[in-house]
Design a protein around this ligand. Structure first.
Ligand code: ADP
Ligand code: MG
Ligand code: MG
Length: 248
């Protein structure tokens, strides 16, 4: 589904990604771990098409299609979803209305008609029940006065509504207490299917107790320096990142 080949990316003169290779198949969960400043957020931003970064070499393919010339919205319409480490507030726009707009924009971009209002309500009801989201929450302004946990839950709700092909969760766990972490992880696990793939970016192993990855990659200084199964996450938890730094 996602194929990243020899990806190099820079900001200005500074090269941040120095040749990344990753293959993600449908149905898989990949975790990307690594010390702060390794390039994890840069990698997710580049996949999503953030124009602040310049791709200086290599390719990113989604279902065989080179994403290079596609704008962030076009990538989103093709099913790439990136959670935000710092979600924006949109006063006056309710969670529900934001979601309706997002869904219909995606459908329009894919040549589909708007979702009929009754179907929309049904889907919103189903997904909010799945994620244990309160009715009252749906009429609140997007992210305005949301607690950390509510922001994360809203992100997962967006993901559930949009049903992305590829979901990238960048440090969705940062700042969450254990209950919120469990809710987010349960949501992600319920949405996991044979048709989609999930990339979980995290500094800590904790989230991976709940979202069990098929593969773990360690990113350090712009390169994947180690890949393995879920046991690699435990090894990192136990030994920290110093041995990785020493070896590279
Ligand atoms: P991580 O998510 O692993 O903590 P980042 O991708 O945020 O790492 O950052 C990787 C490196 O790129 C860091 O050295 C960071 O300082 C640098 N960097 C990221 N964004 C910018 C930017 N907008 N301008 C300059 N340097 C940046
Ligand atoms: Mg960071
Ligand atoms: Mg980061």
């Amino acid at each position: 589904m996602l194929s990243i080949k020899n990806l190099h990316a820079a900001i200005g003169d500074k090269e941040i990604l120095k040749g990344i290779n990753i293959e993600v198949k449908a149905g898989e969960v990949h975790a990307i771990m690594g010390p702060n400043g390794s390039g994890k957020s840069t990698l997710s931003a580049v996949i999503a098409g953030n124009e602040n970064y310049e791709v200086t070499d290599g390719e990113v393919f989604l279902d065989g299609e080179d994403l290079a010339d596609l704008a962030p919205e076009e990538r989103a319409h093709k099913g790439v979803f990136l959670s935000f480490q710092y979600p924006v507030e949109i006063p006056g726009v309710s969670v529900t209305n934001f979601m309706k707009t997002a869904i219909n924009e995606t459908r329009k971009a894919n040549g589909q008609e708007e979702m009929p209002a009754n179907e929309m309500l049904k889907v919103i009801r189903e997904k909010s029940e799945l994620l244990e989201i309160d009715r009252k929450f749906l009429s609140r302004s997007l992210n305005e006065g949301f607690s950390g946990g509510e922001k994360k839950r809203n992100e997962i709700f967006q993901m559930a509504m949009l049903e992305p092909k590829l979901a990238i969760l960048d440090e969705t766990d940062s700042g969450l207490d254990i209950d919120a972490l469990r809710i987010v992880a349960n949501g992600v696990n319920k949405l996991k299917s044979e048709k989609n793939a999930i990339i979980v970016i995290t500094h800590y192993q904790r989230l991976l107790d709940y979202i069990v990855p098929d593969f773990v990659h360690v990113l350090y200084n712009g390169r994947i320096v180690k890949s393995g199964g879920k046991e690699l996450a435990y090894e990192l938890e136990e030994k920290g990142y110093d041995w990785i730094k020493a070896e590279n």
